[in-house]
Design a protein around this ligand. Structure first.
Ligand code: ACM
Length: 272
């Protein structure tokens, strides 16, 4: 662990409604939120820069950002440095001929960590390439961060692996359309003793022959599943909580139960 990790972190989620295809306007909106939030860590929704409902893979490719060549990522790097804020946001990522549904973790020191969604939801399977690397944990000035993207929540193995790898804060950019996730994140938080920050979007998109309404309800949950902050179903809102990442390092639920060391993997072989 790096030595200058903060004791307390002011962490927030910016729940907003990206306008489909309006990358410049969406980024301008995100910049405004970042400049005004006064937080140490800000999580934005999945595909925050582009919107969600691509008609096809070509459209996703067209609206995707490039990590190395794009002015957009550079802009977020500058903003992270200027405001001393750790940023997490979802974006469509173009890499060669591939296009991923990705999440960027950008730190004030200029480092950029990318997670590419490994569990694609529904039509995403026809628009994106599935993530090609295991999710990892990044030590930042606000704590050790692991990322999920939206539908990854339904695979508890991902959060478990991140917890085993030392994650304290699970940042979870989302575009949720069902009402199942938020309650389930209670379990992800408790069973792994981690903070979870699920940042959902709001609004409706009517493209590609179907209408999707996103369900808001962004939330920050404690290691005991307590709701520290929650957003409404429809509003554009910044929610935040002061959290102490190091409490996640004590995995003892009782004096006789360590939630990671008590596991009996010999009895649940075959999960793969
Ligand atoms: C989702 O994974 N966007 C539901």
């Amino acid at each position: 662990m790096i030595s200058d990790v903060s004791e307390m972190t002011n962490a927030g989620c910016v729940q907003f409604c990206p306008a489909f295809g309006e990358t410049t306007a969406n980024i301008a909106k995100m910049v405004g939120f970042i400049e005004n939030a006064d937080l140490d860590l800000i999580v934005f929704p999945e595909l925050a820069t582009s919107g969600y409902e691509f008609k096809n893979r070509d459209e996703a490719f067209e609206l995707a950002l490039e990590l190395d060549n794009g002015a957009e990522i550079a802009q977020f790097k500058n903003l992270s440095a200027d405001t001393d804020t750790v940023l997490v946001f979802g974006f469509a990522e173009r890499s060669g001929e591939k296009v991923y549904n990705s999440s960027a973790l950008i730190e004030p020191d200029g480092s950029v960590t990318v997670y590419r969604k490994i569990h694609l939801f529904d039509q995403e399977k026809f628009r994106f390439d599935p993530g090609d690397r295991p999710p990892g944990v990044k030590t930042t000035k606000v704590g050790r961060i692991g990322m999920l993207i939206c539908f990854d929540w339904i695979f508890p193995e991902v959060t478990r692996k991140l917890a085993l790898d030392g994650a304290q804060l699970i940042c979870h950019p989302s575009n949720l359309v069902l009402d199942l996730c938020q309650k389930s994140m209670f379990a992800r938080s408790v069973e792994n003793c981690v903070f979870t920050l699920t940042c959902n979007r709001t609004g409706t998109e009517n493209r590609a022959g179907r209408e999707l309404t996103f369900t808001g309800g962004s939330q920050i949950l404690s290691t005991r599943g307590k709701t520290l902050a929650v957003a409404s179903a429809e509003g554009e809102e910044v929610i935040s909580a002061a959290i102490e990442p190091k409490v996640t390092d004590d995995k003892n639920l009782t004096s006789n139960n360590h939630i990671l060391k008590d596991r009996r993997p010999e009895f649940y072989k075959g999960l793969e």
